[in-house]
Ligand binder design. Structure first.
Ligand SMILES: NC(=O)c1ccc[n+]([C@@H]2O[C@H](COP(=O)([O-])OP(=O)(O)OC[C@H]3O[C@@H](n4cnc5c(N)ncnc54)[C@H](OP(=O)(O)O)[C@@H]3O)[C@@H](O)[C@H]2O)c1
Length: 300
């Protein structure tokens, strides 16, 4: 099965390549800029036509949440229009699309884990443009929209790497304690995606396998407790450690507002696909260990 994945240098695409390299029957073709630019429809069509995939994963996105507030046009081009271009091209070639989306389509006021059918209400440009992307991909009837959250990995910039780097120079780090969600390892997410792809390959028109799915780790935490856990694991491995000072969202103003409680209920994924991601701590510990093992990541 040949899977084209956009976002060649991104965390998820890197994780998919890493995992697939040890699995038989799956070939990942990573595509991205400059050959494929989501903002440029002809480039999307041209590259996907050349790859001739059995399935497309649209993992590329404008993911800079704060920057997007002042760069709506670029965020919209990639996250909304670009998703539509990928969906249109995959529809033309008659293959399914897996579209990555985000917990930030919600406002965080539900006070229980969000289900797929719960009302969306993004608080910022990133979430709003990703939601537009969800709506755009339905142009391909063979679509599965995978909403995930708080992605980390040993492959690119993310919260875990930021914490470990800060701890190299600071004894104490202030981290937000009043936002909760589920940290999700890109490798765990990639594993789920490959299983989804395999199941979809045999049943591409099965309605139970199509539509929106929440795909995040089990359990939840706050950013502050997530950071404390990172340092617990890092300390045990002889890596950098800092004291976490819990702070409120009000004490750490950011350009974009973020949901207070973006926990996702992943029951539909479990029922339809029989897939359950591990507890968030498992993936987080793995990311810390892999970052420490590739010491250069910390120092660059
Ligand atoms: N990271 C998270 O915490 C998180 C949470 C929830 C959902 N998600 C979603 O999960 C997916 C994967 O996230 P990730 O963390 O792997 O993202 P990432 O590491 O930030 O990588 C994003 C990739 O998208 C590419 N990209 C951006 N604009 C593009 C454009 N106009 N044309 C082509 N490529 C473009 C970037 O390419 P360049 O290298 O060329 O810039 C980069 O390779 C995304 O859809 C994201 O919205 C992420």
């Amino acid at each position: 099965m040949r899977i084209a994945v956009t976002g060649r240098k991104g965390q998820l695409c890197s994780a998919l390549q890493h995992l697939a390299s040890s699995q038989s029957g799956i070939e990942i073709v990573a595509v991205g800029r400059p050959d494929l630019d989501l903002a440029d429809e002809p480039s999307v069509r041209r590259v996907l036509k050349t790859v001739h995939p059995d399935l497309v994963v649209n993992a590329a996105a404008y993911t800079a949440v704060d920057k997007a507030e002042d760069d709506r046009e670029a965020a919209q081009a990639a996250n909304a229009l670009g998703a539509g271009y990928v969906a249109a091209a995959s529809a033309e070639f008659g293959v399914p699309i897996l579209q990555l989306s985000t917990d930030y389509v919600f406002d965080g006021e539900m006070s229980r884990p969000y289900r797929e059918e719960d009302p969306t209400n993004p608080l910022g440009v990133y979430g709003a443009t990703k939601l537009e992307g969800e709506r755009a991909v339905v142009i391909n009837p063979l679509h599965a929209i995978l909403r995930t959250s708080w992605v980390h990995s040993p492959f690119g910039p993310n919260f875990v790497l930021t914490m470990l780097r800060l701890a190299l120079t600071r004894p104490e780090i202030g981290v937000i304690s009043d936002q909760i969600g589920s940290p999700t390892g890109a490798l765990d997410l990639a594993d789920a995606i490959l299983r989804i792809a395999r199941k979809l390959e045999g049943n591409p028109r099965d309605d139970r396998l199509l539509g929106i799915f929440h795909v995040s780790s089990q359990g939840w935490t706050s950013w502050a407790d997530f950071a404390s856990f990172v340092f617990e694991v890092s300390g045990a491995e002889g890596g950098p450690v800092a004291t976490v000072k819990p702070i409120s969202t009000a004490e750490y103003p950011t350009r974009a507002r973020r949901p207070r409680d973006s926990r996702l209920d992943c029951g539909r994924l479990r029922h339809s696909y029989g897939i359950e991601l591990p507890d968030w701590r498992t993936g987080a510990a793995e990311t810390v260990r892999r970052i420490l093992a590739g010491d250069h990541l910390l120092r660059t």
